[in-house]
Design a protein around this ligand. Structure first.
Ligand code: GAP
Length: 507
């Protein structure tokens, strides 16, 4: 655990040092849970967004993309249920004056019990060696069973209390479990209250009578309110999808953990409109499809797992998360939700406009059901950064930090180095760069020894480095060095574009 915490700190420091992520308004000591992407971070983020868009929109003839405004008519959020139900249960510790999400306190408590189980399993594993049967151990060991029972009991009673919105019972559970404030160590808690997560602002001048509007807490509603516009103008036939990427805002209470939980973040969402009764089939389809997308990045499958929801959101009849093994543990990266006809029906009711589909096959009209895939771009960025961060001991005894970012997502694809600053090498290197620039993000560097330049590009994940030397002037060849293997090959300048694009393809 300490190692993982250490790793997380290293990734955060690396992200800052190499221009990936900065604290927002840092010169004014920052703004809590708000971050800016630097010169390398914004490239990586754009590449992830483009890859998602390509996979979802370009690769599916029945999915189209839109770009809706952040501001929406305030009734949208009445209809969607966000005004009444988009809140977290809050509790304050009277001694430290720190505020917590009641559900997070209980989940952290369960995680501690889970950690005890893992420790038992680890101990037994080293005791029994190869003959160890983990499943059998988990099913029969008394201490494991007792702890598992505790977790199951907490989960059942706690979720039932949340479901009933019984905040008195929620507080009682926190007290019964003896949960203490991590800062003051005391159990001196306030009552539990609901806290709405939407940010609001005013539109129009006060004299005219300003209207309170919200910064959207999810991009999905921009898709729902445009359902009919897109269906009609695009002549879309069910089943079909509408995708969009864009900013969302939530006044998160627990806002630590770097870009994992932010107050301003970006989502990549797709709403898939289907016949009523077909939604579970499509829900399973998109669960599998989205997992395939993650695995297409070449990240090991054991870094991912599904987590089916016990407690469903107010709009869902089935929901699962794709969780990723971040340095802070397995956490939600993406949600796949079967949202029924909740949103479209609610918008019909609140707007008084029909949001139906006339199905030529069934010869009937209905409000479509919706299966949603919703992934946080910033969380995906963090998943890629934490998976990529590698410290390596090299054969010559030196060390390097290399960001093993999937090459097609890397901020820069190619770095070009003249070996020296004389003998026409810089001019030749610039000429090569000018030829590669239209196809790839390129970086030109002539300062410091080649080894140092390699290290700098390893640290930002540049997959290819090209060195222009004296031999280049004679035979028009360069060395092409690959980031992960560090293998260098001599290749002809005119073949560079073909070789690099071949290696960058991701199908
Ligand atoms: N439209 C459905 C929806 O918004 P959600 O589970 O609340 O569902 C979807 O959010 C995804 O958005 C999450 O899986 C996560 O990746 C991302 N996300 C949510 N809140 C976030 C936050 N405060 N900071 C960063 N990403 C967040």
């Amino acid at each position: 655990m300490a190692n993982q915490e250490d790793l997380f700190k290293k990734i955060i420091a690396h992200a800052k040092e190499y221009g990936f992520v900065f604290q927002s308004s840092e010169i004014y000591d920052g703004l809590s849970a708000v971050y800016d992407y630097g010169q390398n971070g914004s490239e990586l983020k754009k590449n992830i967004r483009d890859y998602w868009w390509k996979s979802m929109v370009q690769m599916h003839e029945n999915i189209v993309g839109i770009d809706a405004a952040i501001f929406m008519h305030p009734t949208t959020w009445k209809a969607s249920g966000h005004v009444d139900a988009f809140s977290d249960p809050l509790i304050d510790n009277k001694d430290s004056k720190k505020r917590y999400r009641a559900d997070v306190l209980v989940e952290d408590h369960m995680a501690k019990i889970e950690a005890k189980i893992d420790k038992e399993v680890e101990k037994a594993q080293s005791r029994f060696g190869d003959s160890f049967d983990e499943q059998q151990f988990r099913e029969t060991n008394q201490r494991v069973l007792e702890n598992q029972k505790k977790i199951d009991e907490i989960r059942t009673t706690f979720f039932a209390a949340l479901e009933r919105e019984d905040l008195v019972a929620v507080k009682a559970i926190i007290e019964d479990l003896g949960i203490v404030c991590p800062v003051s160590g005391s159990r001196n808690w306030t009552e539990v209250r609901q806290f709405n997560l939407m940010f609001s602002t005013n539109m129009g001048s006060v004299a005219e009578g300003a209207t309170e509007i919200y910064l959207r807490p999810e991009t999905a509603q921009g898709i729902f309110v445009n359902y009919l516009n897109v269906q009609k103008t695009g002549r879309m036939k069910i089943p079909f999808g509408i995708a969009q990427t864009g900013k969302a805002f939530r006044n998160e209470i627990v806002a630590r953990q770097f870009i994992f939980r932010m107050r301003e973040f970006e989502q990549m969402e797709m709403q898939f409109f289907v016949q009523p009764g077909q939604e579970i089939k499509w829900y399973e389809y998109w669960k599998a499809e989205r997992m395939k997308w993650h695995l297409s990045l070449g990240i090991s499958a054991d870094k991912y797992r599904f987590h089916d929801h016990d407690k469903l959101a107010h709009y869902a009849n089935a929901a699962a998360d794709i969780e990723f093994d971040f340095p802070i543990g397995f956490k939600e990266l993406e949600g796949i939700h079967s949202r029924t006809d909740f949103d479209l029906s609610a918008h019909e009711k609140f707007s008084g406009k029909k949001l139906r589909y006339h199905d030529p096959e069934l010869n009937e009209s209905y409000v479509p059901y919706v299966v949603e895939t919703s992934i946080g771009l910033d969380r995906m960025f963090l998943a890629i950064m934490s998976n990529a961060y590698t410290e390596e001991q090299l054969e010559d005894g030196s060390e390097r930090v290399v960001m093993k970012i999937p090459p097609f997502l890397a901020p820069y694809k190619v770095a070009i180095f003249p070996l020296t600053k004389k003998d026409g090498l810089p001019e030749k290197a610039s000429e090569i760069m000018d030829n590669l620039k239209p196809d790839f993000m390129c970086f030109y560097e002539e300062k410091d020894a080649i080894g140092k330049r390699y290290r700098r590009h390893d640290a930002i994940g540049t997959p290819f480095c090209i060195t222009v030397d004296h031999q280049t002037m004679d035979d028009n060849t360069v060395t092409l060095r690959e980031r992960d293997s560090m293998v260098q090959t001599r290749v002809k300048v005119e073949e560079l574009t073909g070789i690099i694009s071949g290696k960058l393809k991701n199908r």
